[in-house]
Design a protein around this ligand. Structure first.
Ligand code: DX5
Ligand code: ZN
Length: 213
């Protein structure tokens, strides 16, 4: 895969104008819409649930890249699948001994599957799962909030994942991504970039998206 996938995070959109803000990124050349789901347990923040994904599905055909930052993801995966997710990414730290089952659950629902690791988790821990998923999401901030600073050490994990993964594996990074940090990640081998505050905080969204490619 040569093209870098740009996935703006709607966490930085105006929640009172989600339809407008998702259409803005669609028109501005974004590839996917990244949707951050937080439960107040796995991370210290609460965001949106499956009903919001379902409502957004009605107003756009964009690829929905749903990032579950929740405990017991297996309980909610069917709802997010039904709501119209294209990719569902769960956190390895939230599944541990049931990781394989969660991967199979998502696949059985006909959805692409992603596994994510937090900054303190070593990439070696997910070695056995790399060839079983469509996407690996490396967090480059502690999950929970938009607008934090990029952690360069986390980006180095991309190298290990790239070495172990098949050619078509999507390696995505999330947290503190802008033109400069995005370039670092692309050079390590990331082929999908999530960016929230950098894109939605920019007066020229099209230019911001372009600058990440
Ligand atoms: C953080 C979320 C991110 C967040 C990124 O927990 O997973 O997707 O929206 O925001 P920025 O790009 O502002 O760091
Ligand atoms: Zn995210």
């Amino acid at each position: 895969m040569n093209k870098t996938i740009i996935a703006p995070s709607i966490l930085s959109a105006d929640f009172a104008n989600l339809e407008r803000d998702i259409k803005i990124i669609e028109k501005s050349g974004a590839d996917w819409a990244h949707i951050d789901v937080m439960d107040g347990h796995f991370v210290p923040n609460i965001t949106i649930g499956a009903p919001v994904v379902k409502a957004l599905r009605k107003v756009t055909g964009m690829v929905f890249d749903v990032h579950l930052m929740i405990e017991n993801p297996e309980k909610y995966i069917p709802d997010f699948a039904k709501a119209g997710s294209d990719y569902i990414t769960f956190h390895y730290e939230a599944t541990k001994e049931k990781t394989s089952q969660v991967i199979e659950q998502i696949k059985s629902l006909g959805i692409k599957v992603g596994i994510s690791i937090k900054p303190k988790t070593k990439p070696e821990e997910i070695t056995d799962f790399i060839d079983k998923v469509d996407l690996v999401l490396i967090m480059t901030v502690e999950p929970g909030f938009g607008g934090q600073s990029f952690m360069p050490d986390c980006a180095e994990k991309i190298k290990y994942i790239k070495e172990k993964g098949e050619k078509d594996l999507i390696i995505e990074v999330d947290g503190g991504i802008n033109a400069e940090t995005g370039k670092i990640c692309r050079e390590y081998g990331a082929n999908a970039l999530v960016a929230g505050s950098y894109i939605y905080g920019n007066s020229n969204i099209e230019q911001a998206i372009y600058s990440l490619r």
